[in-house]
Design a protein around this ligand. Structure first.
Ligand code: C2E
Ligand code: MG
Ligand code: MG
Ligand code: MG
Length: 299
């Protein structure tokens, strides 16, 4: 279009460079598992208002040999495009189940009650995925309902394979969470058709509840933040009626946490409470560790 339209330009040098960098990163990613460059951090999901640990979300990290930490926002989409996500996802799931079982064996009832793991659309739709999960659970001995499969609306909508897989996971005893709710092709039918136990309200909506403009009544001059806050408020009514747990994502301030609590939210996740941390640090938050040790970044 920049060249005046009506013309079709396949490659310009910049696009070429981007494609090259992408291809190099993708090639490096294929080595990441074998070279021990992947690791998993766990971010607390807390109960409002006191901040007691309710669960954790596993978030994968890649330590690139020359580029340092690469964000999953970069390498997950890359892995999705080239299909490597299936192998990567398998590695993450195995590692998370191992960690969850270790917590369960060590801390019993005090172990994190819910350990969430992100399942990509491609991974979910891979034939045999539920069978793989079943085998992992059997081999590890992990209590299935401690594991939460976080899937996006987009992964479940469409072909029917996603929905089929999600039902199979539910049948295995896992809990299903709809991640980033509100950002995909949100369909309320999904809340009925899909055995959803947890709804994760996306940060882009939660951001709105902190905006001073959103604190005032929605009158004339409605801001986008105010509108988003109204949706966050309304979702509580829906989830309560459907017996779905609502988790507010990306809570960054005390003001947000307070307002969410007053709206009726019981669960929240965000930098205000804690950042993603190594698995062993989570043990310090379980309340069964000798006093005198504490994790710095937990408020
Ligand atoms: P997500 O599943 O929605 O995970 C939450 C993301 O929000 C994480 O980013 C987390 O660090 C970040 N976050 C949490 N609280 C706050 C906050 O208060 N403020 C801000 N600004 N951010 C917050 P992360 O770890 O960079 O992951 C980004 C996305 O990458 C995830 O979004 C998820 O979609 C994907 N991802 C991460 N790990 C995996 C994985 O193991 N498998 C798959 N398939 N996807 C993953
Ligand atoms: Mg998630
Ligand atoms: Mg999320
Ligand atoms: Mg998100």
């Amino acid at each position: 279009k920049n060249t005046g339209g009506g013309r079709c330009t396949w490659f310009d040098p910049i696009m070429d460079q981007i494609a090259d960098a992408d291809a190099r990163l993708a090639a490096d990613l294929r080595q990441a598992i074998a070279r021990d460059q992947l690791f998993v951090l766990y971010q607390p999901i807390v109960e409002l208002p006191h901040g007691r640990l309710a669960g954790v979300e596993a978030l994968v990290r890649w330590r690139h040999p020359t580029q340092g930490l690469v964000s999953p926002g970069v390498f997950i989409p890359l892995a999705e495009r080239n299909g490597y996500i299936v192998e990567l996802g398998r590695w993450v799931l195995r590692e998370v189940v191992r960690q969850a079982r270790e917590w369960e064996l060590t801390y019993g009832d005090d172990a994190p009650g819910k350990v969430s793991v992100n399942i990509s659309a491609r991974q979910l739709r891979e034939p045999g995925f539920p069978a793989e999960v079943a085998e992992l659970l059997r081999d590890s001995g992990l209590t299935p309902h401690r594991l939460v499969a976080e899937v996006t609306e987009t992964a479940v909508l469409g072909t029917g394979e996603g929905l089929h897989a999600v039902r199979a996971l539910h049948a295995l005893g896992l809990r299903v969470a709809l991640d980033d709710f509100g950002t995909g092709q949100s369909s309320l039918s999904l809340l009925v058709d899909c055995p959803v136990k947890i709804l994760k309200v996306d940060k882009s909506f939660v951001d709105g509840v902190a905006d001073p403009a959103a604190q005032t009544a929605v009158a004339d001059g409605v801001t986008e933040a105010a509108e988003r806050a109204v949706i966050v408020d309304g979702l509580i009514v829906i989830t309560r009626g459907l017996r779905i747990e609502a988790v507010a994502e990306g809570v960054e301030t005390a003001g947000q946490a307070d307002r969410l609590h007053r709206m009726g939210y019981r669960f929240a996740q965000g930098f205000h409470f804690a950042r993603p941390m190594p698995g062993p640090d989570i043990a310090l938050l379980l309340g069964v560790i000798p006093a005198g040790r504490k994790v710095d970044n937990l408020h």
